[in-house]
Write a protein that binds this ligand. Structure first.
Ligand code: PXL
Length: 244
């Protein structure tokens, strides 16, 4: 089973397409990667970004689809409302099952988008997707609600336009999963570390890989939370790996 990441490139490879491909490989699924934007960054600092034209993003997708059978994709950094609209059209054209990481800001604080993307995500992409994986800040942007408690997260999850997991790294490790309106809470111990760059990217790509291996949506999410947790514990994210 072949999967696809449509996202930006982080040359330090903790986040973005390069990280997604490593996660696909780690879970033994063949991954393909479509680049929406280049970035210059490391886990501590974001320097700049250079978007790819919509025409060329489209050509990349078509060229892979021309010879590979892809069913599950994930999206990461999409940069602009125009790119979001294009991807939603490609999802329809190729009948893709999409997991959307609604990336808006890098962990290091860099702005990964041209402008506020929440309304374009809500309008074009989320209604066509099987899951979205916002963190607390992203869930707040998608719903215009404030999330400070578990109850707030549950309320927000009900206002997001597709199945979702609101990750709990900034809510005491409380992950809120909403599949077809059924809420599951999975609490994880928080690990003290500054190596969290790319954890969101790796979570959504792990979910796609587990889906491609015939797990159902809930099982894929739960397995992926464990996968990322182990990665954080082992220092696989951010900078520690670079020091090996
Ligand atoms: O984790 C969000 C993210 C997504 N995509 C790219 C990134 C980052 C964070 O740095 O660089 C390309």
């Amino acid at each position: 089973m072949i999967v696809m990441s449509i996202a930006g490139v982080d040359p330090s490879a903790g986040a973005g397409v390069f990280a997604d491909l490593k996660t696909f490989q780690a879970i033994s699924v063949y991954g393909t990667g479509i680049v929406t934007s280049l970035t210059a960054q490391n886990p501590y600092r974001f320097f700049s970004t250079q978007p790819v034209s919509e025409e060329y993003i489209s050509e990349q997708i078509d060229s892979v689809m021309d010879s590979y059978e892809v069913k599950f994709i994930k999206t990461g950094m999409l940069y602009s409302p125009e790119i979001i609209k294009l991807i939603s059209e490609k999802i329809k054209e190729y009948d893709l099952k999409a997991v959307v990481d609604p990336v808006m800001v890098a962990t290091s604080g860099g702005d990964l988008t041209k402008e506020d993307l929440a309304s374009a995500l809500n309008k074009y992409l989320l209604p066509k997707s099987i899951l979205t994986t916002p963190n607390i800040t992203e869930a707040e942007k998608l719903t215009s609600l404030t999330i400070e408690t578990k109850e707030d997260a549950i309320e927000a999850s009900k206002n997001i336009k597709c199945n979702n997991i609101i990750t709990g790294g900034h809510l005491n490790g409380i992950n809120t999963i909403n599949i077809d309106g059924e809420i599951t809470i999975k609490k994880q111990e928080l690990i003290k570390t500054d190596n969290l760059h790319g954890t969101g990217c790796n979570l959504s790509s792990a979910i796609v890989a587990y889906l491609a291996k015939d797990n159902d949506l809930k099982t894929s999410i739960l397995k992926s939370l464990d996968y990322v947790y182990e990665g954080i514990k082992n220092g696989n994210y951010g900078t520690l790996i670079a020091k090996l």
